[in-house]
Write a new protein. Structure first.
Lengths: 295, 283
């Protein structure tokens, strides 16, 4: 802990840093740890391999793949050779359409799945009614739902959102249910002997107790939502990153295809970070306890 | 202190356990945990229950608290039937609050909110009043500085003390403690003991306290009730006629040693039987 900023110049322990000082402290600590450098190094090595395989050695199977130089120079070109770059409006339209669909799907899936899972975990009777149905529907791959969703809904928007919702709904529901079941019996007993009625136990024990599992589930579920959204957009769509990828493929322009894939990766990562941040905010009790354990 | 002497004062919280039998029946294999056990606990008494692991102490506590049913017999609180053969499961209520062996403060609430929980859900106080009272009571127990912290952020000793405050804020008739200091080191334990005695001297609530630790039993209790190994019954009762308030100097006194020895002889015999029977302890 040498040179840590909590030690003031006089050598006495001072107040912990706040505001800007705290930010500076965190930034300083980040610069000093090896983590970020390793990340940069890892990405660099990966780009290098990609470049060598596709643009230097033209290895078999890689000769049709656009290399990093081709992709990046198009991505950052004001006037992209193959139509898509960060300066074209279409690029943002594709991202926005996909994000909007994810937002709808994720909100519906969470809004339905969390209450459903809470009830399933809490009431044995309700679980007996619903669990077999969930377990039967869950293994059906989302692509198998595509024909049905096109029959059920009109237009491009609704079937795509339906498919993304369905996939994440199962994950959210199951995780929430397991979350309730993971709650230690003694919390229910404590709440009972402190005079809670059933609703108060639900509100003060079941919901917060299941929250860690719920947020683990939500992180998986947003990933699954992207996964099935893109699959759906590839089958039926007019806009969206999934559509961008197939459309490029159909038109034999490979660079936008790869741009679509990379963008998808980053946007998906970003959304799951958002979910994680929301989770940490809502579970201060857990974040703080984990921080004390150095995690 | 006899039960008769207690009942002359206006105190409440007398428990009478009459011919209680509990048979667990998992998959048709009957486990006789408590067999025809009777015990009278006076109002305001500190009754220490001592016995080998797996003898059925927790089973008895769970029946009083209403966590599970009993098979035969009845339990009364101040003469009113909590549970009997017709209604084998007592209703859970804030007149009998439990402090659990592994601690059951809600990890998602601050210590202050944990303590305020009882009065808040019962509706005896408004949320703000409950918070205020909780802060006050925590400060009284020396926990004023950590009221805004979560249980995961404080030591186990502090958490356990806060849990007792969470129980006492409801003004219960009986405090039920199930080996609350089991996992603690001797030094922390002695601090916890003094804090508990200090709270007891203020509230004079009836205490039903399960323990393994004979010194703890004699130091804290008015009586130490030694239980037989499973099936659980009262083996002997050691009366502790040591005046209160007590402090840790008592631990080295002659009369204390004599009482511990007396209890030890009784417990040792049962512990040996339990060991030979291979009793498995449940948390
Ligand atoms: N839910 C249960 N089902 C079956 N047997 C149980 C159950 N709970 C406790 N027992 C048995 O009852 C006996 C007494 O248990 P318990 O009351 O927990 O003992 P103690 O608290 O004195 O250590 C033990 O032999 C235990 O195995
Ligand atoms: Mg026990």
């Amino acid at each position: 802990m040498t040179g840590s900023p909590v030690e003031s110049v006089s050598g006495r322990r001072s107040e912990p840093p706040r505001g800007m000082a705290l930010f500076a402290y965190r930034a300083g600590r980040m610069v000093r740890t090896t983590g970020p450098y390793l990340t940069v190094l890892g990405i660099g090595a990966w780009l290098l391999l990609w470049w060598l395989f596709s643009e230097v050695w033209y290895l078999p199977r890689f000769e049709k793949m656009p290399g990093p130089v081709a992709v990046l120079s198009d991505l950052f070109a004001r006037d992209p050779f193959q139509g898509i770059s960060i300066f074209t409006d279409e690029y943002y339209e594709h991202i926005w359409v996909s994000c909007r669909r994810i937002l709808f799907a994720f909100c519906i899936a969470t809004g339905v799945g969390v209450p459903l899972g809470l009830c399933m975990g809490w009431s044995v009777q309700f679980r007996h009614y619903t669990f077999p149905i969930l377990e039967t529907l869950r293994p059906i791959p989302i692509l198998a739902w595509v024909p049905l969703s096109i029959l059920m809904f009109r237009g491009f928007e609704a079937p795509v959102i339906f498919l993304a919702t369905l996939a994440s709904l199962f994950v959210t529901t199951l995780n929430t249910m397991l979350g309730v079941q993971s709650i230690d019996e003694s919390y229910f007993r404590a709440a009972g002997c402190l005079g809670s009625n059933r609703w108060q136990i639900f509100r003060h024990v079941v919901v917060p107790g299941a929250l860690p599992f719920i947020f683990t589930g939500l992180q998986i579920s947003i990933g699954v939502a992207w996964f099935s959204l893109v699959a759906a957009e590839m089958v039926s769509g007019d806009w969206g990153l999934g559509y961008l990828i197939v459309d490029a493929y159909m038109n034999n322009v490979t660079v936008p295809m790869v741009i679509g894939m990379i963008t998808l990766g980053f946007v998906g990562w970003g959304t799951s970070v958002l979910v994680r941040i929301a989770g940490n905010r809502m579970m201060q009790w857990r974040t703080r306890a984990l921080a004390l354990e150095g995690r | 202190m006899s039960t008769a002497e207690m009942s002359t004062t206006a105190r409440t919280g007398a428990i009478s356990i009459r011919n209680v039998t509990k048979i667990y029946d998992p998959e048709g294999v009957n486990v006789l945990a408590v067999d025809d056990c009777s015990l009278e606990i006076g109002a305001g008494e500190v009754c220490m229950i001592v016995g080998p692991s797996g003898c059925g102490k927790t089973t008895l506590l769970n029946a009083i608290a209403g966590f599970h049913s009993l098979t035969f017999g009845e339990i009364r609180l101040d003469g009113e039937v909590l549970c009997d053969e017709r209604r084998p499961l007592a209703s859970q209520g804030a007149d009998r609050v439990v402090v659990f062996q592994n601690g059951a403060l809600f990890p998602w609430k601050t210590l202050g909110d944990n303590v305020a929980y009882g009065p808040m859900v019962q509706g005896t106080l408004s949320k703000a009043e409950a918070r205020e009272k909780a802060r006050h009571m925590l400060a009284e127990a020396g926990l004023g500085d950590v009221a805004e912290k979560y249980p995961g952020e404080v030591s186990s000793g502090m958490a356990r003390r806060a849990e007792i405050v969470r129980a006492l804020i409801n003004d219960p008739k009986v405090l039920l403690l199930d080996e609350p200091y089991r996992a603690m080191d001797a030094l922390t334990k002695s601090i916890m003991h003094e804090a508990l005695l200090e709270m007891y001297d203020r509230t004079k609530v009836t205490i039903f306290f399960i323990t393994h630790d004979l010194e703890e039993a004699i130091f804290l209790g008015d009586r130490a009730v030694v239980m037989t190994t499973r099936p659980c019954r009262v083996k002997t009762i050691v009366n502790v006629d040591i005046p209160r308030p007590r402090d840790y100097h008592l631990l080295s006194s002659e009369e204390f040693r004599v009482l511990v020895e007396e209890a030890k002889d009784a417990v040792h015999e049962e512990a040996l039987k339990a060991f030979e029977a291979g009793e498995r302890e449940l948390a």
